[in-house]
Design a protein around this ligand. Structure first.
Ligand code: IMP
Ligand code: MG
Length: 337
């Protein structure tokens, strides 16, 4: 029997630090599940001062929890095996990892097509879109056709479930900045593709970031209208380089309107705003709201403005339903929950 399901997902363009939050919360659950995406994702976690990078394996592996890669995911078998090899070598129990028989397999042809034809969209070149395209054309290859049976998930979930999203609201195939999106459902409702009722969902934790970044090209990304040399220092301080591609990310001050829109659209029960330490280090506290650049004297004032605006400032938003949101703030390598 499922006790309840909680969901972590990103409120921006990815790279908010969802992996870190999931990793901290994972201890409280029986299962940690991925419902979307594939090796395009990159989660960096620090455990005991050591840095680990995962792309497809759920962060539950670090907490010794059962890890499920759901039917909505796409898998590069070689890359998954390599990730498992490294994790196993570091002492983590890789037998906890199970893959849905219906997850789709990325082929060399998918990768080739992606690298040849989709670079103008700024993809990660992992064959994601071609793999999902074949899934929709119903000519794709599924995990059950290629994986040994001991890796296959029996479809059961029980106890306390944590679902961790990959990519984020503005990369969602239906709601994101199309066509500069990924090819899966990054919205929290996508987690239901794992096979549970929406009624089982409890906490829906939206993870945002105190400044905006986008990995890969995107003419729709709200790049700064205000030329600001601080932003280039922000790339350095925040280590804003793609964890899958190594590319330098686009950066901008937080667009609070966009964050509120993401919150309303996706319907979270709480918000965590991450990477506050990066602005502290920079010593500049700016955001844009209602087309104005607002500068604060210190972090405290900025946080207060963000929390108040998110909690109370959504009156005019048809999607808000008068919801009140709990907002917490965290730094890159620690979290306050
Ligand atoms: P694709 O998912 O490789 O097709 O890439 C499509 C878009 O999503 C590109 O702009 C990528 O940079 C972006 N993207 C995909 N996965 C991630 C992620 O995990 N973090 C941040 N951006 C991502
Ligand atoms: Mg990431």
């Amino acid at each position: 029997m499922i006790n309840y399901v909680d969901i972590i997902y990103g409120l921006a363009w990815g790279d908010e630090g969802k992996g870190k939050i999931a990793n901290i919360l994972a201890h409280e659950y029986d299962y940690v599940c991925r419902w979307n995406g594939g090796p395009n994702a990159g989660h960096t976690v620090y455990i005991g001062g050591k840095k680990y990078k995962t792309h497809i394996i759920p962060s539950g592996i670090f907490a010794g929890k059962k890890c499920i890669i759901g039917p909505g995911c796409v898998i590069n078998i070689d890359k998954m095996r390599e990730e498992l090899r490294v994790l196993s070598g570091a002492g983590f129990d890789i037998n906890l990892v199970k893959v849905s028989p219906n997850a789709h397999i990325i082929t060399d042809e998918h990768i080739r097509y992606d690298k040849l034809n989709l670079t103008h969209l700024g993809t990660t070149g992992q064959g994601i879109a071609p793999c999902y395209a074949d899934k929709m054309l119903r000519c794709g290859k599924r995990a059950k056709e290629v994986l040994e049976s001991n890796w296959l998930w029996d479809g059961k979930l029980s106890g306390k479930i944590l679902c961790e999203g990959a990519q984020s609201v503005w990369l969602d195939i239906d709601h994101g900045d199309y066509p500069f999106v990924t090819s899966s459902t990054t919205m929290p409702y996508g987690a239901c593709s794992l096979g549970f009722s929406p009624k089982a969902i409890g906490r829906i934790i939206g993870v945002g970031k105190i400044y905006d970044t986008k990995s890969g090209t995107d003419p729709l990304f709200p790049t700064s209208l205000w030329e600001d040399e601080d932003l280039s220092r922000l790339i350095q301080y925040g280590e804003e380089y793609g964890s899958t591609t190594g590319r330098k990310r686009l950066v901008n001050w937080l667009n609070l309107d966009k964050m509120i829109q993401a919150i309303c659209l996706s319907g979270c029960t709480e918000v965590i705003i991450n990477k506050c330490d990066v602005l502290e280090k920079l010593g500049k506290f700016k955001l844009t709201y209602q087309n104005q650049l607002i500068e604060f004297n210190n972090m405290h004032a900025m946080k207060e403005f963000i929390a108040d605006t998110i909690s109370c400032g959504m009156n005019g938003n048809d999607l808000a339903n008068n919801d009140v949101y709990e907002v917490t703030f965290s730094a890159s390598k620690e979290v306050l929950i």
